[in-house]
Design a protein around this ligand. Structure first.
Ligand SMILES: Cc1cc2nc3c(=O)[nH]c(=O)nc-3n(C[C@H](O)[C@H](O)[C@H](O)COP(=O)(O)OP(=O)(O)OC[C@H]3O[C@@H](n4cnc5c(N)ncnc54)[C@H](O)[C@@H]3O)c2cc1C
Length: 272
């Protein structure tokens, strides 16, 4: 038997989260697999405040309880996020799985989290004593390691409204693809007045957390395409040296080769 509480509002949920020993339960697609015994769940699926997608001047705000299917149907969610989400599992999982649950699972394979990394997304975390806005990179610290306090819930994902138009997204393999290891990559590119203003690159499923190296990206920021071409070799070398990958179904070396090819394709796509 599954025990738990079914709060009808965020305030009620936060109250329960601070006063009881409960495990948040959104779509349950990860928790069902874990099948934990003897825990009390805090069911979040009746809380409409968590299920909204809206926008303000700066951000598209995706509620933690929004399912992947809802996001695919929303005109507000940017194409890059939709492309990643559309590749998640099968419709049954996309109908139940949520953005908050994808983060809460703390896996480097989480497809929506990869996009949050490359997009410089922030998270709104709430508790009875207030809220924090935290960049996803500071929240998502490693395998099952999150900067989430015991009384907090993930409430919203804040995706920047602009700057995500030019992108590359690749997911190599999948949970059911037994032949090759799974690697995911997202890159976002932007130029202004002939100079590169963004060349963000993030890698999923190859280490304990999503990988992104801002200091290496900085090598190409402010450069023209010709200047970036001249730096391409040292930029790729810097990634090759920095990336320490864990072994998956196949060797770390194979995964690294895939990552380096994806990175090079990303640059080539934007004429570098
Ligand atoms: C067959 C199968 C295929 C899958 N394929 C993919 C795939 O291709 N890509 C992918 O990324 N994932 C995949 N998943 C994993 C899973 O579907 C996702 O991680 C999904 O986003 C989890 O969301 P959920 O709402 O079901 O989370 P739940 O199972 O409800 O919760 C997951 C974790 O998040 C915590 N949590 C949930 N909501 C909150 C909140 N608001 N605040 C704080 N903590 C919270 C829970 O306590 C739990 O620890 C797959 C799973 C299955 C079973």
């Amino acid at each position: 038997m599954v025990n738990g509480y079914v709060p009808a509002s965020l305030a009620e949920a936060l109250e329960l989260r601070s006063s009881r020993d409960v495990v948040p339960y959104a779509g349950g697609t990860d928790l069902m697999v874990e099948n934990r015994k003897g825990v009390d769940y805090l069911f979040l699926n009746k809380i409409t405040e968590l299920q909204q997608i809206c926008e303000d001047e700066q951000y598209i705000r995706i509620g933690a309880g929004v399912t992947f299917t809802q996001a695919l149907e929303s005109p507000l969610v940017p194409p890059l996020m939709k492309e990643a989400v559309s590749r998640i599992a099968a419709p049954a999982i996309r109908n139940a799985g949520t953005f908050g649950g994808n983060l809460g699972n703390g896996s480097a394979k989480a497809d929506s989290v990869l996009i949050e990394f490359v997009a410089d997304a922030k998270l709104r975390l709430c508790s009875v004593s207030g809220e924090r806005i935290v960049p996803v990179e500071q929240f998502y610290l490693g395998r099952k390691k999150l900067d989430l306090r015991p009384d907090e819930l993930i409430v919203e994902i804040l995706l920047p409204k602009s700057g995500l138009e030019q992108y590359v997204y690749e997911k190599v393999g999948g949970r059911n693809a037994l032949a090759i290891s799974r690697v995911s990559f997202a890159g976002v590119f932007a130029m202004e007045d002939g100079k590169i203003t963004n060349v963000a690159a993030a890698f999923g499923a190859v280490a304990d957390t999503v990988l992104r190296y801002r200091d290496i990206e900085a090598m190409l920021i402010g450069k023209t395409i010709d200047e970036a071409k001249a730096l391409k070799g040292s930029y790729l070398d810097a990634y090759a040296q920095r990336m320490v990958l864990t072994r998956g179904r196949v060797s770390a070396e194979y995964r690294k080769t895939v990552c380096m090819n994806l990175l090079e394709d990303f640059l080539t796509r934007f004429d570098i």
